[in-house]
Design a protein around this ligand. Structure first.
Ligand SMILES: [Fe+2]
Ligand SMILES: [Fe+2]
Length: 176
């Protein structure tokens, strides 16, 4: 029962969605790496394979955190410090689990999975969602700005008078 719950929790679902495609794709990748590690651990795979998969997982996580932090910095996101603090805590905890795994502690692997499963669940649904909403709003705002700055209405469409004849609104005889 507990194993079933863990397996279900290790899968990315729309309940984890942040609605920023590149972030959601990276989250899916992290969940996939977690599932692969879980399979290796439960089938008592070779320690070399477990080691490689753990490295793959931690590399995915680090690249993802760094990516989110770059996006937040570029967007001048107000809660960057709070968000990064959560990443830093996870970096530290994951590092401790990996060290214990390397020292041969068998329960460190399953503990790493448990920790990351609940951490990701909490972090993606709150901190990452807040960041996603901010990035989406900012991107929408930038689109509007680009549209307003780059396109004059007279360039975007053909003006016609009541007879259906085209005219230039800036130099037309009606004076508007
Ligand atoms: Fe995050
Ligand atoms: Fe994230």
């Amino acid at each position: 029962m507990l194993l079933e719950w863990t397996m279900r929790s290790l899968k990315w679902s729309t309940s984890h969605a942040v609605f920023v495609t590149e972030i959601d794709d990276e989250h899916k990748e992290i969940f996939e790496a977690l599932v692969s590690l879980q399979k290796l651990l439960s089938s008592r795979g070779l320690s070399l394979e477990i080691r490689k998969q753990t490295q793959r997982l931690t590399a995915c996580i680090e690249a993802h955190f760094a990516h989110e932090e770059r996006l937040m910095r570029a967007a001048r996101y107000g809660s960057l410090r709070w968000h990064k603090q959560q990443h830093d805590n996870a970096r530290k905890r994951v590092g401790q689990f990996v060290l214990r795994m390397e020292q041969g502690e068998t329960k460190a692997g399953p503990e790493l999975l448990d920790y990351l499963t609940s951490w990701l669940r909490y972090h993606t649904r709150l901190a990452d969602r807040m960041m996603g909403a901010f990035l989406r709003n900012q991107r929408r705002g930038m689109c509007k700005l680009t549209f307003r700055a780059g396109t004059k209405p007279m360039d975007a469409c053909a003006w016609v008078d009541s007879n259906g004849d085209t005219f230039d609104p800036q130099t037309n005889e009606y004076g508007f």
